[in-house]
Design a binder for this molecule. Structure first.
Ligand code: ZN
Length: 466
């Protein structure tokens, strides 16, 4: 009996070893099935109209503009929320904010549940090395946005003043690439500098700030405490001050652009860009008195949701990309469409539970218009907006505040036509509610995940929570 038992145990052990080797072998093989690396350059707080390739004339982004000449640029790209956490969670999961569950508001943040499937997990499981170089808590393990990243390289933060600037962020990304760039990889590089507090380096301050702010040092306005006071009405801002702040913000963008230029040129020198799909986008925009307000996370207007989106596909990955160089696509593209498009480009099937759809880059303008749903306000209470076929409806949380805009004639959303077009308003609200109901139903099946008391306390001490 003992001999038979020993033989059975040996056989079982051999089977386990064979199984493990097969799984490892499959993983190894799958590593070579990924057609390309992916680099996602994530700007924080940069609306599309700051970039030269989106019509800005101030010369803030020469490097990104050059990159766009060699890439596909999406003229109308949209995020799904006006602040970082729900927006980036949608980008990572290809799910609308109500469905992925990450967000909430400043009184009660919710985190991305473990059950969520992220682009990083998909690429990691397909054999890629994965890393995120990020500079704000919302993109870390605290909020569940670490899922799928083998390396989380997080800049130290104090309130919303980040200690790691764009040059240091590029350094961190290049260090990781020098160690991992020879294998298939997925890398996220997040630049926080254009977010409050605006404190650009001297060179950029001298070039872009108002004369009164050129020789100064430190910050004009924007600590978390000042923002809390502003939002509660205890502290007033006026337009002249907001204009000065805007110029400092622009100077931060110019600084980030220079550092993105350094990242891109080093990728080319390392011969990595020949087999790397590169995306540049932003999580949301920034309001500079466009609708009488400042900053982000409290409205769903164009200046908050219209973001840059530029996609570079090297010819080694897809030969058709040569014809696409410098192409501008006018079909609205949503952040939820980015992950499926990337999956398709690197040769992976799109998971069934993605809300977004891959875009056919060769004939995008023949595809049907996609509705754009956005939700959530960090400063609460949450509103919702829905854009489709040339119109956009915004419904604030308080009853009766439904706005309708003709975004073809009035892209900056300055003239509410809801009173003049009640039937169209009703139709848009009904379409929006139908999509919301689908989200709500799916959300009922999602795990609800909240911050722990310890995390809340830590975030309060950083000035993140009330
Ligand atoms: Zn952000």
């Amino acid at each position: 009996m003992k001999t038979r038992l020993r033989k059975t145990l040996i056989l079982a052990a051999c089977l386990v070893i064979i199984f493990e080797l097969t799984v490892l072998g499959m993983r190894h093989l799958r590593a070579y099935t990924l057609r390309a690396n992916v680099v996602l350059i994530l700007l924080d707080t940069v609306r599309a109209d700051r970039l030269g390739c989106y019509g800005n004339s101030e010369g803030l982004t020469p490097n990104i503009d050059r990159f766009a000449e060699d890439s596909v640029r999406f003229e109308y790209a949209y995020s799904h929320a006006p602040w970082t956490l729900p927006s980036v969670a949608s980008l990572y999961t290809s799910r609308h904010p109500m469905k992925h569950g990450a967000g909430g508001d400043i009184n009660s943040f919710t985190i991305l549940p473990d059950s969520a499937q992220t682009l990083a997990e998909i690429l990691r499981d397909a054999g890629a090395k994965t890393a995120a170089v990020v500079n704000v808590s919302f993109l870390t393990k605290t909020f569940g946005l670490h899922q799928g990243f083998g390396t989380m390289n997080v800049g130290r933060e104090v309130g919303n003043e980040v200690c790691r600037t764009a040059d240091q962020t590029t350094d961190a990304a290049l260090t990781w690439l020098s160690q991992n760039g020879k294998k298939r990889f997925f890398l996220v590089v997040h630049y926080f500098d254009p977010h409050l507090i605006y404190d650009p380096p001297k060179e950029y301050r001298m070039r872009f700030a108002d004369a009164v702010d050129r020789d100064t040092e430190g910050t004009l306005f924007g600590s978390r405490q000042q923002m809390l006071a502003f939002r509660s009405g205890k502290l007033k801002l006026d337009e002249p001050l907001v204009r000065r702040l805007e110029k400092l913000h622009n100077a931060e963008i110019a600084f980030v652009d220079a550092q993105i230029g350094r990242l891109l040129s080093t990728l080319a020198e390392m011969k990595i860009s020949d087999e790397t799909v590169i995306v540049i986008t932003s999580d949301h925009g920034e309001e500079f008195w466009d609708h009488g307000g400042f900053e982000h996370g409290h409205t769903l207007y164009h200046e908050l949701l219209h973001v840059p989106l530029i996609l570079h596909i090297p010819s080694g990955v897809d030969t058709r990309s040569i014809e696409l160089k410098g192409k501008t696509v006018s079909l609205p593209l949503r952040h939820i469409d980015v992950a499926p498009t990337l999956c398709q480009l690197v040769g992976l099937e799109t998971p069934d539970d993605f809300d977004g759809m891959a875009i056919d880059i060769t004939s995008p303008d023949t595809e049907p218009t996609r509705p754009v749903l956005a939700q959530g306000n960090m400063w609460g209470p949450a509103g919702v907006s829905y854009q489709y076929d040339g119109h956009k409806v915004i419904q604030e949380a308080s009853p009766g505040s439904t706005l309708l805009f003709d975004i073809t004639d009035d892209p900056m959303e300055t003239r509410d036509i809801s009173q003049a077009s009640p039937e169209l308003t009703e139709k848009m609200v009904s379409l929006m509610n139908r999509l919301l109901d689908e989200q709500r139903h799916a959300n009922a099946e999602t795990d609800k995940a909240l911050l722990t008391e310890t995390e809340k306390e830590r975030l309060r001490s950083l000035g993140y929570m009330k």
